[in-house]
Design a protein around this ligand. Structure first.
Ligand code: ADP
Ligand code: FBP
Ligand code: MG
Length: 447
């Protein structure tokens, strides 16, 4: 979808008429920084693109800026809020929970904040999950825990039953922390709320180590995931260097996007091959992966290979496509396939080799956030509170063009973000690794 086709209009529950408590400077500061609703951040960064739109007499699309408004919609003394974390774990989940709770409690004076346990299941009585009272005291030491103090789940739940729960609990703002799946659910929940004529704000906070959420330049947790993946790559390099003809093979998460693998490879300039879903490669043949790997190992004595979990799925086409409880396509293990193919390749050629296979996936996503992501979560969580308090709804708080902005939920869920094979990230990976196309000239894959 072209940026000019994106509708950036943000839905509201009604006019915000109540003066914000933040207008009153307190001993904790405040009272000075506010954002007007007409403040916008351009989607385009390229001046030529903006000029082109101007030539066609088209307005350059822009997102609403995030941040505190002078007027709010909800009465903080009566407001009840709920938070839920869904889908895969991700560094920073507890940081988001803490920043939302502290902003609501201390800055807006909202005292009723409810933690929903185990994702969308937490709204459905039959699962019997209790809710958690969230207060500054209950979130004081959660940042070093990793994971989510609320727990999570996958699997669709009945949207009407979820809204029934929100009504029963008299919730005014629901904060949904999750990836593309969660945000799709959030969009449906917001629509069901509108259909019932209820005044409940649904605010999405994009979460995933994959960084695959569309119109979100960076999702929290990704920076930490790169940090931890980089340590795994460093270990693989040590293992590869230590032994004659050593090979370190690492598989990283990312679903159908290769951002984590490509970025982590750049963080450690000692990766020789990066394989991502967005760029196909041949395993066999004169310019295939194995022959290139053999050449590198025999020339330099060791090699490091980083493979994104979504790469090479075309080598499993004979297998049945399976889905997880949320409907996500289950990936076949390209890491194990390559491990077996590398072992047999060198064995058949009588070349002694030492292969170490490392799959740090669940370690990477279940650890606490690094300080960079913690700062990022402070901004995101607080901007989510500002958006909800002002009566906005069906939006995602996103980072775009180096600013925090509001993106309409139904725009975010139209597609997943992918690495551009013709873009700078992949071009730089090719420069850093020196790898070739890994495609044979007459490769059947090219037909
Ligand atoms: N299109 C959808 N409609 C309704 N619920 C959805 C949809 N997609 C995902 N969900 C639900 O949202 C939750 C999180 O989705 P999932 O894909 O597992 O993780 P993530 O949000 O991290 O991508 C799950 O409970 C899932 O069933
Ligand atoms: O947790 P599961 O079901 O094993 O799923 C693993 C998937 O979850 C992730 O870690 C994160 O995905 P989401 O953030 O979209 O849930 C993916 O990188 C990975 O492919
Ligand atoms: Mg997802």
């Amino acid at each position: 979808m072209r940026f000019e086709d994106i509708d950036t209009t943000i839905q509201t529950l009604g006019e915000a008429k109540i003066p914000s408590p933040l207008l009153q400077p307190t001993e904790r500061g405040g009272g000075t920084y506010f954002v007007d609703d007409d403040e916008r951040i351009l989607l385009h960064v390229n001046q030529k693109e903006v000029a082109e739109l101007k030539k066609r007499d088209l307005p350059a699309p822009a997102f609403e800026s995030a941040g505190p408004r002078r007027k709010i919609y909800f009465d903080p003394s009566k407001l009840r809020c709920a938070l839920v974390t869904c889908g895969g774990l991700c560094p920073g989940l507890n940081d988001i929970i803490r920043s939302v709770v502290l902003e609501l409690h201390h800055r807006y004076g909202v005292k009723h904040i409810c933690g929903i346990r185990h994702g969308l299941q937490g709204f459905i009585p039959k699962y019997g999950h209790s809710t958690v009272d969230l207060t500054p005291e209950s979130v004081v030491s959660i940042l070093d825990k990793g994971g989510s103090i609320l727990g999570s789940s996958r699997g669709d739940q009945d949207i009407e039953e979820i809204v029934d729960s929100l009504e029963r609990m008299h919730i005014g703002i629901l904060f949904m922390i999750g990836g593309d799946g969660t945000l799709a659910a959030a969009s449906k929940i917001a629509d069901a709320i509108t259909t019932r004529g209820l005044k409940i704000s649904v605010i999405g906070i994009p979460k995933t180590i994959d960084n695959d959420v569309y119109l979100v330049a960076r999702s929290f947790g990704f920076d930490t995931a790169v940090d931890i993946a980089t340590q795994a790559i460093s270990g693989a390099h040590n293992e590869a260097e230590a032994y004659p003809n050593g090979i370190g093979l690492i598989k990283l998460m990312g679903r159908e996007s290769g951002f984590l693998a490509a970025t982590a490879a750049l963080a450690r300039q000692d990766v020789n091959f990066v394989l991502i879903p967005e760029v196909s490669f041949d395993i066999d043949g004169p310019n295939g992966f194995l022959d290139n790997l053999e050449e590198r190992v025999t020339q330099r004595g060791h090699a490091v290979v980083v493979v994104a979990e979504g790469a090479g799925q075309e080598f499993f086409l004979d297998r049945q496509t399976q889905h997880d409880a949320s409907g996500n396509v289950k990936l076949y293990d390209i890491g194990l396939l390559l491990k077996d193919r590398i072992l047999s390749h060198f064995q058949e050629r009588g070349i002694p080799m030492s292969l170490k296979y490392i799959d740090p996936s669940y370690i990477i996503r279940s650890l606490p956030a690094n300080s960079n992501d913690r700062v990022f979560c402070s901004f995101l969580g607080r901007d989510a509170v500002h958006a909800g308090m002002s009566g906005k709804t069906k939006l995602v708080v996103s980072h775009w063009n180096n600013h925090f902005v509001h993106v309409p939920m139904d725009q975010v869920i139209t597609q997943r973000k992918k690495v551009d094979p013709a873009g700078k990230l992949w071009a730089t990976v090719l420069e850093a690794t020196g790898q070739s196309s890994l495609k044979n000239p007459t490769s059947p894959n090219e037909e």
